[in-house]
Ligand binder design. Structure first.
Ligand code: NIG
Ligand code: FE
Length: 410
């Protein structure tokens, strides 16, 4: 059995007796930490860990982690990394005063990426997306959710989902796929949203489900996109095909989507930059995880999700990147954590656990996201740093030196 021993680890983070359930409230402040630790990996699993002074183990390969921190890989539960082209020109429009909706109304936005995705060959889309995947892996993302939603017709949505399926097969890290045909109304259905919803439910969804192309279903529930009633219908259709909801809600307006998603037993509600007391009542006491996307708030200049309130109210909270060409052109989870600490007032402990343990739960990947016996050996070895607190503080830096994926150094 191949074995790998990490020795002299300055701080081993998120090391639990057994893999934790989703964390809430005060549990988020308790980051289990072992100083001067070792970690043994056998094959692709965590096999032992503890104090270095008690370590008498030997392994096929050993890595001296003096002055370095070892932690679970980041679990990014919300991304749109499969896309073609970019929208860098929108930044100057934004700087001239146009907001996200105005840019979309002027021919930019989601539909401009849709045009490019429809035109690109599947192979090229795969290559571009794999490049982005390796970029985020090098910054510590070791589990990832990826959405469709830039095809918006039968062939192009399936093309995106086939690219994600191939990424699942060829990627070293675990990936989950989300079907997001309800991301915008495509041009062919302008003025006929009902026709498009029928196309999603009656034409696309049965094939997506039959071919096992998605793990989750998503809807952009927002003024000018899909209403609460549309969201309910689409989530219900997904649920009949065993697809749990992961819903874009409250990015710009609070219109009742949180309640609809919670009622549909969505695994997560994502964005929540606008958040009212009605939304709080809706999500309180539910199992739905709230996902904050601070890179999107930074780029669009919109409010930050009230993560402090959510955690204090005992609501399960995860952080994710929302990596996409229009509202978050960055998949850097270290930036996400620093923004969570600087702008959302989270502690470093909370930001780390929201990006690992809870991120894994927000995509039904309980086998990863923490250090515990039997967990998948997906871990980060940091550059030489003094304390894990650097992760909430050194924004813009890449503190990741190397990563271990399924027990293999990458
Ligand atoms: O999560 N708001 C909806 N979807 C993405 C943005 C997609 C785009 O602008 O291309 C988001 O922010
Ligand atoms: Fe998104």
């Amino acid at each position: 059995m191949a074995s790998l021993l990490l020795t002299n680890i300055a701080q081993l983070l998120a090391a639990y007796d057994s893999a934790p359930a989703v964390l809430r409230g005060k549990q988020m402040q308790n980051l289990p930490l072992i100083e001067q630790a070792y970690l043994l990996i056998e094959e692709d699993k965590i096999a032992a860990f503890g104090l270095m002074k008690d370590c008498e183990l030997r392994a096929d390969k050993e890595i001296d982690c003096s002055n370095r921190i070892v932690l679970p890989g980041f679990c990014d539960s919300h991304s749109h990394i499969v896309f073609a082209g970019d929208r860098s020109h929108e930044l100057s429009l934004k700087n001239q005063g146009m907001d996200y909706q105005a840019i979309a109304n002027a021919g930019g936005g989601i539909l401009s990426t849709v045009k490019q995705v429809r035109e690109v060959e599947e192979e090229e889309l795969f290559d571009q997306s794999m490049q982005r995947l390796y970029d985020v892996i090098s910054m510590g993302t070791l589990a990832l959710e990826i959405k469709s939603g830039y095809g918006l017709d039968f062939d192009s949505e399936l093309k995106m989902l086939r690219v994600i399926r191939r990424m699942k097969m060829e990627s070293p890290i675990p990936i989950k796929a989300t079907f997001l045909a309800a991301h915008a109304i495509p041009p062919e259905f302008t003025g006929n949203k009902e026709g498009y919803i029928q196309e999603i439910i009656e034409q696309m969804l049965p094939v997506v489900a039959k071919e096992g192309l998605a793990d989750f279903i998503d809807v952009f529930c927002e003024q000018g996109y899909f209403t609460v009633t549309d969201t309910e219908r689409i989530l219900e259709a997904g649920s009949k095909r065993n697809l749990l909801g992961k819903v874009h809600v409250n990015q710009f307006n609070s219109i009742g989507g949180v309640q609809a998603a919670v009622d549909a037993k969505a695994i997560s509600v994502d964005h929540l930059e606008e958040f009212t007391s009605v939304d709080l009542q809706a999500i309180r006491d539910s199992n739905t995880i709230a996902v904050g996307l601070p890179n999107c708030s930074l780029y669009l200049g919109i409010p930050y999700t009230p993560a402090r309130l959510l955690i204090d109210e005992n609501i399960a909270f995860a952080l994710a990147s929302d990596y996409n060409p229009g509202s978050s052109p960055s998949g850097n989870m270290q930036l996400v954590m620093a923004l969570a600490c600087i702008k959302m007032k989270l502690s470093t402990e909370e930001a780390l656990l929201a990006s690992t343990v809870n991120g894994a739960h927000a995509m039904s990947m309980a086998h990863t996201g923490s250090i515990a016996l039997g967990q998948s050996a997906n871990v980060i070895i940091s550059k030489p740093i003094h304390s894990y607190r650097q992760f909430g503080y050194s924004f813009g830096a890449n503190l990741v030196d190397h990563v271990i994926i399924n027990g293999k150094t990458v």
